[in-house]
Design a protein around this ligand. Structure first.
Ligand code: BMA
Length: 398
């Protein structure tokens, strides 16, 4: 009898344990599924390199990722400041003159801020720039900022590739303290960018771009991979951890490159970069040159896309252009073909400087009346291309 009762109890216990084990397993499966599936919906702040990023910055990052499935945002450098034949006319933009809509991404440039100048190296007053950035943010646009900073060793421009410049500004270098004062000024500028509720305006910051070319002092032959990485790491740490800027996403971008290995030669590391990109310009003319551009850009975009997926980064064509667009169907006939089959967050057309002080004419996006304007309208209407009106609806900061 005792044995029978004990046996029955044991059996009950066994069954109970089994039920718990089954319940536990089911719970684990549900939790796991939530985590895996949830990753598509929510990006945890830890995906950004700044663990203290502001809510708007985290939201921007998440939405940039989400939009990769929808299309490519079109951007334009200095879009609101000037165009071909005009300067500082409120509300104007060459892209808008042609399409009736603004670009979705707005590029700005800080060169000469480090020297306390009131205007940047392209004569854009920093005060006006702040206003344009706020306007673009309020209508839901995305802001990216480059920095053609002077050479801190020689006092000349970015295009003075004096040997040892990078080495001179990393910790321990003779110009390190000077470089810190320059970063302090960048921090003041970034901190001045606020929306109407007092929130910081998120910025995709892309310093030390085109690093594999030889024209800038931080370029290919002018520093070692180690020095470039040191510069990058110091810059990010200083702005993020010392100056407490938490509204920046950091973009690493090369010029044209030939392979995955080449792209990564000076890559600062996954912990130091949010956006990966490259700059590309078409310089030759004719059908063969167009085909070459489609091939080159397509190959580089494919590599970038793979890297971005592996590294959980945002891929972007951080600058592009075909100077003066001397082909009336370049937009749909060439650029669109290069972009068509790739996931790329945005493409930034370089500035429409118009007639420059030395008489040279520079522009990369059509203005009203330009021969490629009708084709640009077709490009604008393509379902994969996203401009301001569409992106406003995407609520990038929410
Ligand atoms: C270059 C040209 C220059 C300009 C520089 C920095 O590509 O557009 O005129 O000063 O970018 O914006």
């Amino acid at each position: 009898m005792y044995n029978l009762i004990a046996g029955g109890l044991l059996l009950k216990l066994f069954l109970l344990k089994r039920t718990f084990a089954t319940l536990f397993c089911a719970l684990a499966v549900v939790l796991l599924c939530n985590i895996v599936l949830g990753q598509h919906k929510t990006i945890s702040p830890s995906a950004l390199i700044d663990k203290k990023a502001t809510q708007e910055t985290v939201n921007l990052y998440r939405n940039l990722k989400r939009l990769l499935d929808k299309g490519v945002m079109f951007g334009h450098q200095d879009a609101l400041a000037y165009g071909v034949g005009w300067k500082y006319q409120p509300g104007r933009s060459d892209v808008k003159d042609v399409t009736g809509d603004y670009p979705a991404v707005y590029g700005w440039e800080l060169g000469r801020l480090e020297l306390d100048h009131a205007v940047n190296l392209d004569s854009v007053p920093f005060d006006k720039m702040k206003g344009y950035i706020k306007t673009a943010y309020e209508r839901g646009g995305v802001i990216t900022i480059s920095w053609h900073l002077n050479n801190p060793l020689t006092g000349k421009t970015s295009w003075d590739p004096a040997p040892g410049t990078v080495a001179s500004i990393v910790p321990g270098g003779s110009k390190h303290d000077l470089y810190k004062t320059w970063l302090d000024k960048v921090a003041v500028f970034m901190n001045s960018l606020k929306g109407s509720k007092g929130e910081f305006i998120p910025v995709i910051f892309r310093p030390f771009h085109e690093l594999n070319g030889n024209w800038f002092w931080w370029g290919n032959d002018h520093c070692t991979p180690e020095e470039y990485r040191q510069l990058w790491h110091f810059t990010v740490s200083y702005l993020r951890d010392k100056k407490n800027l938490h509204h920046l996403l950091y973009a690493f971008n090369t010029d044209r490159f030939t392979s995955r290995q080449a792209y990564l030669t000076k890559y600062p590391g996954d912990e130091w970069v949010d956006v990966i990109g490259f700059d590309i310009y078409q310089r030759n003319h004719g059908a063969a040159a167009n085909a070459q551009f489609v091939k080159d850009a397509g190959e580089m975009l494919a590599t970038l896309e793979t890297l971005a997926a592996e590294k959980n980064k945002i891929p972007a064509l951080t600058e592009f252009g075909y100077g003066r667009v001397p082909d009336s169907t370049w937009w749909t006939g060439t650029l669109l073909k290069a972009l068509e089959n790739h996931k790329v967050s945005f493409v930034l057309g370089w500035r429409n400087a118009g007639v420059k002080p030395a008489g040279e004419v520079e522009f990369y996006v059509p203005y009203a009346g330009h021969p490629s304007a009708p084709d640009f309208i077709k490009f604008y209407k393509h379902e994969r291309m996203l401009f301001q009106k569409q992106v406003t609806g995407e609520k990038m900061y929410q």
